[in-house]
Write a protein of this length. Structure first.
Length: 388
């Protein structure tokens, strides 16, 4: 009978719990439940590689990073398409007249699509959180501040002859009571709260409200950074986004991330998905290292920091470090990131839930696995239809 267990053998493995590269570690994984069955250290680089085992010796292995994203998870969770483990907000929370598509022309009854769950007042924001929970959210995302005054001096159309100096600054959109209510309601549902905040005031208010993570923080002063430390907030600098949309501000953003790390703010790595092409998440890690943050700290932020930003145990999974019972997520690099600044772009092995998706730098098992999962899902749906 075919066993569901096999062993992954490594010679160099990064352990985020100790921030150390460890030698000669083997991991036993179970394809039946997608979990790690055992982790043990060998006496030397020599390993008993049995048929079906995976040999990652002479590569740099590590747990699969947790890269916070807010995307629809249905097809991935059902096994209909390959993809990362997703934790979704369904829709973000924002105040009236803030995070929305604007136009100067509403002729002929033009209606623009909504890009947020608009809510106001303590009762209103509580209702919005409850709507998100009912829609299946894994995480609540709110906008603490945003550039709300787009139509004051629009960038599109005919140019404004004499635009104001600060054309459209980001300003806080919720009151402290509203932010407090959002976090309180999310906690009642057992969900973490991610907060878009760029201004120092927005960061400080969100931190005081108790949000799980602050995204961006591009205008953070020292007081705002200390507010994150004092309230246990995770900071997601999204440096790759700054580079993509406002490159001239990248040195300032990197300086903020460096100072936050030095002061003791908990870091995670995320990319504000959609601002740049998919598959370029490694750039965030490269920019954090370029900012002066040690490689080991950046790796730990990507792994444990990613899990923590998704709600820790409340997210329903344990990932980001290798331990019995955790998700069997493992990747391997061809080169050492302590030596090669482009190492994160040389991923030669990818395992998620004990299933291999990339080996020897080649994607494996995509079509067969998708078709098998789709056939199983279709039969289950037919069964459910008969039952209901």
């Amino acid at each position: 009978m075919e066993t569901s267990l096999f062993t992954v053998h490594t010679s160099t493995l990064f352990d985020p719990t100790s921030k150390q590269f460890k030698n000669n570690i083997s991991i036993v994984v179970n394809t039946a439940n997608g979990a790690i069955e055992d982790v043990f250290q060998r006496g030397s680089i020599v390993a008993q590689v049995k048929p079906g085992d995976i040999d990652l010796r002479r590569k740099i292995a590590m747990p699969g990073p947790g890269f916070p994203r807010r995307q629809p998870p249905g097809a991935v969770n059902r096994g209909l398409t390959p993809g990362p483990r997703l934790f979704v907000a369904t829709s973000c929370l924002a105040a009236t007249g803030s995070y929305e598509i604007r136009t100067e022309n509403y002729a002929n009854g033009l209606r623009l699509p909504s890009i947020c769950d608009t809510c106001d007042g303590v009762d209103g924001v509580r209702r919005a959180v409850r709507r998100r929970v009912a829609e299946g959210a894994d995480i609540i995302k709110l906008y603490a501040d945003y550039r709300r005054n787009t139509l004051r001096a629009p960038l599109s159309g005919d140019a404004i002859l004499f635009p104001p100096m600060n054309r459209n600054p980001a300003t806080v959109m919720f009151t402290q009571d509203e932010m407090n209510a959002i976090v309180d309601e999310a906690r009642s549902a057992g969900l973490p709260v991610a907060c878009h905040a760029g201004t120092s005031r927005g960061i400080t208010m969100a931190a005081k409200a108790g949000v799980t993570s602050i995204e961006h923080g591009t205008e953070a002063n020292r007081s705002a950074i200390h507010a994150m430390v004092e309230n246990g907030c995770i900071y997601v600098p999204t440096l790759a986004v700054v580079e993509a949309v406002a490159k001239e501000r990248l040195p300032e953003a990197q300086a903020i991330a460096r100072e936050a790390h030095a002061i003791g703010v908990r870091l995670a790595a995320g990319g504000d998905t959609g601002a740049f092409n998919h598959g370029q998440g490694a750039r965030e890690m490269e920019l954090l290292i370029e900012a002066g943050i040690p490689v080991e700290d950046v790796l730990e932020a990507c792994m444990l920091g990613g899990w923590e930003s998704c709600g820790r145990d409340a997210c329903g999974y344990r990932f980001g470090w290798l331990e019995k019972g955790n998700r069997a997520d493992i990747i391997a690099l061809d080169t050492d990131p302590r030596i090669d600044e482009k190492a994160f772009r040389k991923v030669s092995f990818v395992m998620k839930d004990a299933h291999v998706w990339k080996q020897n730098s080649i994607p494996v098992g995509f079509i067969d696995r998708i078709m098998d999962k789709a056939a199983h899902s279709d039969s289950v749906l037919r069964l459910e239809a008969r039952v209901t």
